[in-house]
Design a binder for this molecule. Structure first.
Ligand SMILES: [Zn+2]
Length: 295
């Protein structure tokens, strides 16, 4: 099933659902970072969550949302950034974490993350980004995002995310959904949805069986009159780095630091954490940047 991100609304506007298939996107992330299965599952879930939350809450093309996990376990930190159109990028501190599977056979993402914090930052082009932070509940990411919505945004939300990794490390199925209750929703609707969710198969099972993002929306809101919006997005792994951005980063480290790079190394090689692209600056270029740097 091709990667897709779709939004659906109930006819009365009380329920909104986002669903995404992100199998190709997460495979691309795995290729770029050379991730082992635990990191593939962890970052894949976070990237999928970021794509969905970006589509759900950002308006302008230049807005972005950043989900960051500061883990206390072996995997350490995870970062995922998305815009409003499902263009995501991310990285994980330790892509090579290995852990035995959980008793139910699933990848132990929560164990690899091992407690810590989740922060959500929305950059809406204002002076200060909006930032909310919560302690991790399980480290399984979907539960943590659900808790984040309850705690920080007071929107009753249910998030499900899943990444199924093959024995060769490639991604068989990846995706997720997010259901939100708008203020119009009644207690009875909430109870009905909760009942439906109890019977919904894991996201990866639905995708593996060939269900599309739209199919998932109808499955998780069965019995409600739902309409899928027809401006579906194609979520993609897309980095925004450039030589100019790297120049700005170099300038921002300050004159003294830059001078010592020139003196000691004579050149600088910067690697983008999101896509592993390398940018080389020779002595002449560094000397030019030095003029722009502050003392
Ligand atoms: Zn990059």
């Amino acid at each position: 099933m091709a990667d897709k991100l779709v939004r659906g609304n109930s006819a009365d506007g009380a329920i909104r659902v986002f669903a995404a298939v992100t199998t190709d996107l997460v495979n691309e992330a795995r290729r770029i970072h050379g991730m082992y299965p635990v990191a593939t599952a962890a970052l894949g879930r976070l990237l999928t969550g970021a794509a969905i939350m970006g589509a759900a809450s950002l308006k302008s093309e230049t807005d972005s949302i950043t989900l960051q996990i500061k883990g206390e376990g072996d995997i350490k930190d995870l970062v995922a950034v998305s815009d409003c159109r499902g263009n995501v990028r991310g990285y994980v501190s330790n892509p090579y974490v290995e852990r035995p599977p959980k008793k139910n056979g699933k990848i132990d993402v929560g164990g690899a993350i091992g407690g810590g914090y989740l922060s959500v930052a929305r950059d809406l082009g204002l002076k200060e980004p909006y930032i909310g932070q919560i302690p991790l509940v399980t480290g399984e990411i979907a539960e943590d995002l659900t808790y984040y919505f309850a705690k920080s945004e007071q929107i009753p939300t249910s998030v499900a995310l899943g990444v199924l990794v093959d024995t060769d490390g490639s991604v068989i199925a990846s995706g997720g959904f997010m259901i939100q209750l708008m203020p119009e929703a009644t207690e009875e609707m909430a109870e009905r949805l909760e009942e439906i969710l109890k019977g919904v198969p894991p996201v990866t099972s639905m995708i593996k069986e060939g269900m599309s993002a739209e199919d998932m929306i109808f499955r998780v809101s069965e019995g409600f009159s739902m309409l899928c919006e027809n401006n579906a997005l194609t979520p993609r792994y897309k980095c925004t780095c450039s030589k100019e951005r790297m120049e700005r980063a170099l300038v921002s480290i300050g004159r003294e630091e830059l001078q010592s790079i020139i003196d000691e190394q004579g050149e600088a090689e910067l690697t983008c954490r999101f896509c592993d692209n390398r940018y080389l600056f020779d002595k002449n270029e560094l000397t030019e940047l030095l003029k722009q740097a502050k003392g």
